[in-house]
Design a protein around this ligand. Structure first.
Ligand SMILES: *[C@@H]1O[C@H](CO)[C@@H](O)[C@H](O)[C@H]1NC(C)=O
Ligand SMILES: *[C@@H]1O[C@H](CO)[C@@H](O)[C@H](O)[C@H]1NC(C)=O
Ligand SMILES: *[C@@H]1O[C@H](CO)[C@@H](O)[C@H](O)[C@H]1NC(C)=O
Ligand SMILES: *[C@@H]1O[C@H](CO)[C@@H](O)[C@H](O)[C@H]1NC(C)=O
Ligand SMILES: *[C@@H]1O[C@H](CO)[C@@H](O)[C@H](O)[C@H]1NC(C)=O
Ligand SMILES: *[C@@H]1O[C@H](CO)[C@@H](O)[C@H](O)[C@H]1NC(C)=O
Ligand SMILES: *[C@@H]1O[C@H](CO)[C@@H](O)[C@H](O)[C@H]1NC(C)=O
Ligand SMILES: *[C@@H]1O[C@H](CO)[C@@H](O)[C@H](O)[C@H]1NC(C)=O
Ligand SMILES: *[C@@H]1O[C@H](CO)[C@@H](O)[C@H](O)[C@H]1NC(C)=O
Ligand SMILES: *[C@@H]1O[C@H](CO)[C@@H](O)[C@H](O)[C@H]1NC(C)=O
Ligand SMILES: *[C@@H]1O[C@H](CO)[C@@H](O)[C@H](O)[C@H]1NC(C)=O
Length: 238
């Protein structure tokens, strides 16, 4: 009788120990998960607000509209869930993430002192991009080129002095505005079919890289002396 009771309590103890071990393993696994899987945007820098439409905002469902959110680059926690169509005023962000599943056609942002866009990716539906007043706009950090769907790009008031040699202009681009920057040359490799270029108020002093089929060109307020070596017959405005 006693022996039997002892056996039972020994068995109980064994089960208790086993349960405790299982819990401990589980806890350590969960802990390991949190510590070994850093936020995918951690490499952007710490404490950045990343505007994105990837799986961090919610499941990506084919055929459904994408979810948008702003996440903390340190821990991927959601700072803001966003309902938007590209034209609404966005909450504060200072980095751009993977927006490739969004279906936006128009994207406008600006008034920022910093913009990190290392892993940024725009959707193949984007046709118009408008960027204004960004103090440190550095296209060197891009890893994914702008989509070829883009037809109109405005980058204004942004202290932009150079496009990196690796920057790929979307081939279908028709209208480009780069006014009020610090460009020293017309960007290299503009698409041959670019139709309008507004590049006034920069520091240009030559016409190198001028694309061949422009119908509109604004180069006012640059550092040209005298333009004598150009045939402007296709242009209706200078
Ligand atoms: C991001 O998370 C870190 C640590 O979890 C926190 O200290 C920081 O304030 C957060 N930043 C933003 C912008 O929410
Ligand atoms: C994180 O960023 C937010 C907003 O940009 C700022 O208010 C906060 O002080 C920062 N926190 C840390 C720990 O740097
Ligand atoms: C996607 O959003 C548009 C406009 O915001 C709405 O008209 C449409 O019904 C939405 N589609 C789905 C599948 O939710
Ligand atoms: C954002 O939406 C998700 C999913 O709907 C929700 O779990 C989360 O609490 C929301 N976060 C914020 C900051 O609104
Ligand atoms: C962005 O997300 C899409 C869909 O999840 C993925 O296919 C693509 O590789 C991601 N792009 C980048 C640059 O991470
Ligand atoms: C930037 O701020 C100016 C006002 O200073 C405002 O008119 C403009 O719409 C803002 N631009 C963006 C993209 O938020
Ligand atoms: C440009 O953006 C800065 C923030 O980086 C803001 O303080 C300033 O008012 C903006 N300028 C204009 C003309 O909107
Ligand atoms: C953009 O270029 C097209 C020609 O491809 C021209 O018809 C149109 O007027 C231009 N739009 C703007 C806003 O300059
Ligand atoms: C020219 O661009 C600079 C910024 O690069 C700006 O401060 C200035 O107001 C612009 N001038 C005109 C006439 O728009
Ligand atoms: C430029 O336009 C011409 C005439 O429309 C077309 O034949 C050609 O394929 C276009 N080139 C590119 C690179 O899109
Ligand atoms: C653009 O220029 C290229 C080279 O000068 C020429 O072959 C092409 O036909 C032109 N396209 C248009 C639409 O004028």
């Amino acid at each position: 009788m006693f022996l039997r009771a002892k056996l039972i309590s020994a068995e109980l103890l064994m089960w208790k120990l086993l349960l405790a071990a299982v819990i401990a393993i589980y806890a350590s696994l969960a802990y390991a998960d949190e510590t070994t899987a850093p936020c995918k945007y951690a490499y952007y820098g710490t404490n950045l607000s990343v505007y994105t439409s990837d799986e961090l905002c919610g499941p990506i469902i084919a055929g459904a509209n994408a979810s948008y959110c702003i996440v903390n680059s340190t821990d991927c926690s959601i700072i803001n869930n966003i309902t938007m169509n590209g034209r609404t005023t966005l909450p504060f962000f200072n980095a751009l993430g993977n927006l490739s599943t969004s279906k936006i056609a128009y994207f406008k942002f600006g008034n920022k002192s910093l913009l990190v866009m290392k892993g940024m990716s725009f959707p193949p539906t984007l046709t118009t991009l408008f960027i204004e007043n960004i103090t440190t706009l550095d296209f060197n950090q891009l890893t994914t080129p702008f989509p070829s769907s883009l037809r109109k790009i405005d980058i204004i008031d942004s202290y932009l002095d150079i496009f990196p040699a690796s920057f790929k202009w979307p081939t279908n681009l028709r209208n480009l505005t780069l006014r009020n920057n610090r460009l020293q040359t017309i960007p290299k490799g503009l698409p041959v079919n670019l139709s309008t270029l507004a590049i006034q108020n920069n520091t240009l002093n030559d016409f190198n890289y001028l694309p061949p089929n422009l119908t509109f060109l604004n180069i006012r307020n640059n550092q040209y002396e005298k333009v004598t070596d150009k045939d402007w017959t296709n242009l209706y405005f200078l």
